[in-house]
Ligand binder design. Structure first.
Ligand SMILES: *[C@@H]1O[C@H](CO)[C@@H](O)[C@H](O)[C@H]1NC(C)=O
Ligand SMILES: *[C@@H]1O[C@H](CO)[C@@H](O)[C@H](O)[C@H]1NC(C)=O
Ligand SMILES: *[C@@H]1O[C@H](CO)[C@@H](O)[C@H](O)[C@H]1NC(C)=O
Length: 272
């Protein structure tokens, strides 16, 4: 909106904009404190939440010639054209008695849940772009089972998606020492920044991306994507194997299309 005002106002304002850019004031339209750790939630929608508003992708000192026209041209160029559909899958039920990660394997029910979720994703019929799974055993196993139904979908792993303590929840739950949030929080925030953002301006077509990960990671990501208070994450609860879908529109608007959907599973297969 800031920019539209500038462009409508014409050349003089455009050069005022350039001056503002040089002294670093262009970010005024977004709340830069949202990029800080821990994330600040203002209650207002920050359109530049992912730092991919076209205005953020331009070095204004390089806008030459008829400034207004050139600026419009560049803003058009850097606008995302596609939408991203992100499917966040919680792993299936696993052995809670495991001492090491290798022992935290899926239970027979957990494998069945993963199987049902794989079938569900296949039935949805999207042309999946990729699947990324957390490197913890239970997520790895879940993605392997899902992969049986999604042949040919490029698959990779990421340590960023591992389970952890994203931020001290409000209202408080089981007490944990601060260092756990201190260590895990920024890493889970990195996962959010890495995987949740509007499409790259070079992306031509809508993408359908699957992230196989964990309860806390998914709940934190949902809060961050919707720009609600991140410490609200523990107020939600997800079924094992469930599907949470976020849609990121080309202009950065975000819709939560489903949260922890497991309605396709028979009741006897439901667990949390
Ligand atoms: C940005 O967030 C801070 C902290 O919540 C708030 O005080 C400030 O008013 C916000 N600025 C804008 C431009 O929204
Ligand atoms: C932006 O572009 C100008 C002109 O080409 C250049 O001198 C300047 O270093 C660039 N700014 C940054 C932060 O790279
Ligand atoms: C999405 O964002 C634009 C501003 O970029 C706004 O005008 C529009 O109403 C929003 N749409 C929805 C559905 O939130």
């Amino acid at each position: 909106m800031f920019l539209r005002r500038v462009i409508v106002a014409g050349g003089a304002a455009a050069s005022a904009l350039l001056t503002a850019a040089v002294v670093g004031k262009v970010g005024d339209d977004s709340n830069t404190s949202i990029g800080s750790w821990p994330p600040v939630c203002t209650g207002r929608w920050d359109r530049n939440w992912d730092r991919r508003e076209p205005m953020s992708l331009i070095n204004l000192s390089k806008v030459k010639g008829d400034t207004e026209e050139e600026l419009k041209r560049q803003l058009k160029k850097y606008e995302a054209r596609a939408r991203r559909h992100i499917f966040l899958i919680r792993h299936g039920q696993y052995n809670l008695d495991g001492k090491t990660d290798a022992e935290c394997v899926l239970t027979p029910l957990g494998r069945e849940q993963a199987d049902l979720t794989g079938q569900r994703l296949a039935h949805l019929g999207y042309d999946y772009t990729k699947m990324v799974y957390s490197t913890l055993t239970r997520a790895k196993e879940t993605s392997k089972i899902i992969g049986k139904y999604l042949k040919g979908v490029p698959t990779s792993s990421s340590d960023l998606l591992q389970e952890g303590a994203p931020i001290r929840p409000d209202p408080p739950a089981q007490w944990k020492p601060e260092f756990m949030y201190y260590e895990d929080g920024p890493r889970i925030e990195s996962a959010f920044r890495e995987y949740i953002h509007r499409a790259d301006y070079e992306q031509d077509e809508d993408s359908y991306e699957i992230l196989v990960c964990h309860d806390n990671v998914i709940r934190y990501i949902v809060c961050r994507a919707l720009q609600v208070a991140p410490d609200a994450w523990l107020r939600m609860s997800l079924h094992h194997g469930s599907i949470t879908e976020l849609l990121i529109h080309h202009n950065g608007n975000v819709s939560l299309r489903s949260l922890g959907d497991a309605g396709y599973m028979p009741v006897k297969c439901l667990s949390r």
